[in-house]
Design a binder for this molecule. Structure first.
Ligand code: FER
Length: 252
């Protein structure tokens, strides 16, 4: 049984809710695992991927980002810049844990994009990057004026985007996203990358993940036939793709 600990990580006064699962006692690797837009750390696919990692001997640190899950901040106020700052705080926390050897970053969708941006910032500190169905097109969408199936004037950013479920997303989300250069982040990272993407993804087209993968210098790409954004049909195959890649990387 791995050690399981639930706690919060402070990020400039905002409490980020986190769960650490650690199968080793002295020393070992750790993967930071981050959910997507409107997601949280107990989602089925986030937990399944993490449990597999624990079984392989990797500790996992699942964290709710700003405005999501049990963390502080309002959903309406979240931005990719806040999530990037969260990623720095979480990475610092993980690096400070006793016994952590290699550090990996894994994130789903918007969390996958965040992991890609964090990998660029942390390129000298991380051993590998695992974006799952990464929503790498968000910054382009913000610049073009097309997000969440809605359109807007990108030069006159609306106060908010009203989502179908009634929760609104503040205009600062768009303003921040417009400034993010995904290609520059990809080019800044030359470590190993595994991108996993379902070819029936209804939220982030497969081509987005394929294009991101192909821009990385050292990438592997696992396409899951017939699967959706959250691996509703073949979660086992998504988990297996990550397992095989981690096993190969660590020679376990
Ligand atoms: C969008 C498409 C996908 C978008 C966000 C996402 C904010 C993120 C999805 C996820 O994280 O699961 O247009 O706009």
């Amino acid at each position: 049984m791995p050690e399981v600990r639930k706690f919060t990580i402070d990020c400039d006064g905002v409490a980020l809710s986190a769960v650490l699962e650690k199968p080793w006692s002295d020393r070992g690797p750790l993967v930071i695992v981050i959910h997507g837009f409107t997601g949280y750390k107990e989602e089925r696919h986030i937990v399944a991927i993490s449990q597999m990692m624990n079984g392989l001997g990797f500790a996992t640190l699942r964290v709710d980002m700003y405005g999501h899950g049990e963390s502080g901040g309002r959903f309406h106020d979240h931005t990719l810049l806040k999530w990037m700052t969260n990623a720095l705080a979480v990475t610092d926390y993980a690096r400070g844990l006793d016994g952590v050897t290699e550090l990996y970053l894994c994130g789903h969708s918007q969390g996958g994009l965040m992991a890609m941006l964090a990998a660029a910032m942390e390129r000298d500190r991380i051993a590998g990057l695992i974006p799952l169905s990464p929503a790498a097109m968000i910054p382009d969408g913000a610049r073009r004026g097309a997000l969440l199936g809605m359109t807007f004037d990108p030069r006159h950013v609306p106060e908010a985007l009203e989502r179908e479920d009634g929760e609104s997303l503040g205009g600062n989300y768009i303003r921040a996203a417009q400034l993010i250069d995904v290609d520059a982040a990809i080019d800044a990272y030359d470590g190993p990358v595994l991108i996993v993407h379902g070819d029936a993804d209804e939220a982030v087209p497969l081509e987005v993940g394929v294009a991101a993968a192909k821009r990385y210098r050292h990438y592997d790409l696992a396409i899951i036939p017939g699967d959706t954004h959250c691996y509703d049909h073949h979660l086992d195959q998504a988990v297996e793709a990550v397992r095989a890649w981690l096993t190969e990387r660590t020679g376990k």
